[in-house]
Design a protein around this ligand. Structure first.
Ligand SMILES: [Zn+2]
Length: 329
């Protein structure tokens, strides 16, 4: 039972009657555990719906100065724009929000999902930000390869779609697949060294990822996000361009403390909102993270930590007369 309450979390609805301090509704658990000292009776009783306003959060409802780290956790907690009025309880350890024994077991064993993989060097490396972000995702095993998607419950089949010989793990997709090896060989790479730390960071990458024009009459939205590992602070940004590649609009957002998957979704939501406000009718959306594209297409994501932003994204997507969502490499 203790494990169950530890692993479940409330998804806040518009008419929430959860308590700000005592209900488990943020990614860090009940906020009461994060603050010290006594609370006044009124503060103790404060409900989320009193604290929630259209533009976000009414900080004046908190009768004391809230520590910045708590503010950042609250800020990054998604609240549905439209739909759901009621609070929903979700199992926060699985992507679909459904209870599963495996993640419960890990939780009971004190297994930390964010392993202590040392990957701060990535941010200091002299590389294009996009490549840093890719490496960071690799380091956290969160690239949308089959094995990873299966772990998140998105797919069941884990075999490599190219060779069909082995499970498509990250290493298989990047190094071990027989077809991938051929590519490396053609590029003149004889051995690939895999380690938590790079041996040397001497090569500068000069290759730019190509941006392709959308068809005539279409606009294109590109979004991406990043999370600073040491602090967990996440941000997202996006840019809208026309068929000539000319800048139309862009945005950036400091999300607060959240995971990379959520950060990508925040970016998508902001981007769709921007394009909708610009009255764009035909839109191509290009996303970095394949897992997000899969999640958008997977109707099973109904009741979990990301479903609120997913729902908003899906709703916003209906505002365009023509919409295409692509995964770009
Ligand atoms: Zn393969």
């Amino acid at each position: 039972m203790e494990t169950f309450s530890k692993g479940s979390r409330w998804m806040v609805g518009r008419e929430s009657n959860l308590k700000v301090w005592h209900s488990n509704w943020t990614s860090k658990g009940p906020l009461r555990n994060m603050i010290q000292g006594p609370l006044t009776w009124e503060a103790n009783q404060l409900e989320i719906r009193e604290f929630l306003v259209d533009t976000g959060w009414d900080w004046s409802k908190i009768p004391f100065e809230l520590p910045l780290d708590i503010k950042q956790v609250i800020q990054a907690t998604p609240i549905s724009l439209t739909g759901r009025g009621k609070d929903v309880l979700a199992w926060s350890e699985s992507p679909q929000g459904k209870f599963d024994l495996k993640s419960a077991y890990k939780l009971a064993e004190g297994f930390d999902a964010e392993s202590k993989f040392e990957s701060k060097w990535i941010w200091k490396a002299d590389m294009l930000p996009r490549i840093k972000y890719f490496l960071w995702q690799c380091a956290h095993n969160s690239i949308g390869v089959k094995a990873c998607l299966a772990r998140r419950g998105v797919v069941e089949e884990v075999n490599c779609p190219i060779c069909q010989e082995e499970a498509e793990t990250l290493l298989h997709a990047l190094r071990d697949c027989s077809r991938v090896r051929l590519v490396w060989r053609k590029l003149g790479v004889k051995r690939i060294h895999c380690a938590a730390f790079p041996r040397a960071l001497t090569h500068k990458s000069i290759q730019r990822i190509r941006w392709e024009r959308p068809l005539g009459g279409w606009k294109k939205l590109n979004t991406n996000s990043s999370v600073i590992e040491s602090s967990g602070m996440a941000g997202c940004r996006g840019v809208v361009r026309d068929e000539e590649g000319i800048w139309i609009a862009s945005f950036t957002r400091r999300i607060g403390v959240t995971a990379s998957f959520e950060a990508e979704l925040w970016g998508l939501k902001d981007g769709l909102m921007l394009c909708s406000n610009l009255n764009i009718s035909s839109l191509v959306v290009e996303l970095d993270a394949k897992a997000i594209v899969d999640a958008l297409l997977n109707a099973d994501y109904v009741n979990n930590a990301i479903s609120l932003i997913l729902d908003d994204c899906r709703l916003l997507m209906t505002r365009f007369s023509r919409l295409q969502v692509n995964h770009c490499y």
